[in-house]
Design a protein around this ligand. Structure first.
Ligand SMILES: Cc1ncc(COP(=O)(O)O)c(C=O)c1O
Length: 388
């Protein structure tokens, strides 16, 4: 057997055995996998439905249109682009389409739970090619909306990102909307982490309050690695050209041919996400995250304090001691528990030596775990942290 297939088999076996608690990971269905591994990979389809640069795309057009129609219904948006290769290119396309280089953009600090593409300074395209101003959280790890309002008032950004990658609280979309409206900024909800919770009805929906949504499709949505950009009615009312600007930024602005197997797999996932079972899944994710937290607290009793930031959603950030995040993550991996090291709010350690770990429930909830299993694993994690 080709070595690569041996390795794939090994990885597949491992995925059945280990406990996956990285909040951005999940397990896809057999049908999503089938679409991903299909012959659609063979086709080049630069352009959009009905406007391709290559021939032979009639069926491809039907597939992309189906993905768009299902996605529009699922997210409740007026327009959807399903071609972004992943979350970072989706945010790149939004910036490229709507903001001129050098203008001001605003996002949550990476070290406080934001994402690199939301203006992280110096090393990312969003921080290099735009004037990035960043907002922060308080000591509880919660966004300080009043301070954000002041920052936006002083700096008047063209675009504000509302969205997070390590934030355990419910986002106040209405407040974000009011703040963006106060300066006429575009408001982009990057719902990559919580999209499954939103469409599953357990997290408030940003669509009435924002102009644009971006989302990866591989986290709580349980689809393939890819992303979408949606424009809301509010966005279209503000600028009827938004759809054109986004389309042009995705192709030919940033990307070439769309990954059609991924787009077909998205269509499969969107259909699965609209089923009543998916609502139960979303509810169970939140219940399980809460059980995990209780387990952690119980397991930590009488030992060194572990502070837990969260949780109202699928994840929490746990303070495991000054600069100890990576050490703890490695220790947990040795015991078959997969988490990632993460900064805690106002971390005194460096980004390379953070003081926390980020843990969440989406993947093991897909595997069928309920509150009991999550409370038990929480206790186990606390014991491992304390005995190291
Ligand atoms: C909020 C948010 N936006 C964007 C991304 C980027 O997605 P990708 O890794 O697919 O580029 C992530 C990934 O973690 C994310 O959490």
């Amino acid at each position: 057997m080709d070595k690569i297939f041996e390795l794939i088999e090994k990885e597949e076996e491992q995925q059945k055995e280990l406990v996956y608690l990285i909040p951005s990971e999940n397990f896809i269905s057999e049908n999503v996998k089938k679409a991903l591994g299909s012959d659609l990979s063979n086709k080049y389809a630069e352009g959009y439905v009905g406007k391709r640069y290559y021939q032979g795309n009639k069926i491809i057009d039907e597939i992309e249109q189906l993905a768009i129609d299902r996605g529009k219904k699922l997210f409740g948006v007026e327009y959807l682009n399903v071609q972004p290769y992943s979350g970072s290119p989706a945010n790149g396309a939004v910036l490229m389409g709507l903001v001129n280089p050098g203008k001001t953009i605003c996002g949550l600090k990476l070290s406080s739970g934001g994402h690199l593409t939301h203006g992280h300074p110096n090393i990312t395209f969003s921080g290099k090619f735009f004037n990035s101003v960043q907002y922060d959280v308080n000591d509880e790890g919660k966004i300080e909306y009043n301070k954000l309002y002041q920052l936006v008032d002083q700096t008047r950004p063209k675009l504000i990102f509302a969205g997070t990658t390590a934030y355990p609280w419910i986002l106040d979309w209405k407040k974000f909307g009011e703040i963006a409206n106060s300066v006429g900024a575009y408001l982009v909800a990057d719902i990559s982490h919580i999209a499954g919770l939103i469409v599953g009805g357990v997290h408030p929906d940003p669509v009435p309050f924002v102009d644009i949504i971006t989302s990866t499709t591989h986290k709580t949505l349980r689809g393939p690695r890819g992303a979408i950009i949606g424009v809301t009615k509010k966005g279209l009312d503000k600028n009827a050209n938004l759809t054109k600007l986004i389309d042009r930024a995705v192709f030919p602005g940033l990307q070439g041919g769309p990954h059609m197997a991924t787009i077909a797999a998205m269509a499969v996932a969107f259909e699965e996400d609209a089923l009543p079972e998916f609502k139960l899944y979303a509810k169970q994710i939140v219940k399980n995250a809460q059980a995990l937290k209780i387990g952690l607290i119980e397991g930590a009793q009488g030992f060194a304090p572990i502070h837990i930031f969260g949780t109202e959603n699928h994840l929490m950030v746990v303070d495991v001691g000054f600069e100890k995040g990576k050490e703890v993550a490695v220790k947990l991996e040795e015991k078959g528990i997969i988490v990632n090291a993460n900064t805690i709010p106002h971390d005194k350690g460096s980004p390379f030596k953070p003081s926390g770990i980020r843990i969440g429930s989406p993947a093991m909830t897909t595997r069928g775990w309920k509150e009991k299993e999550f409370a038990d694993i929480g206790q186990k994690i606390a014991n491992i942290i304390n005995n190291q």
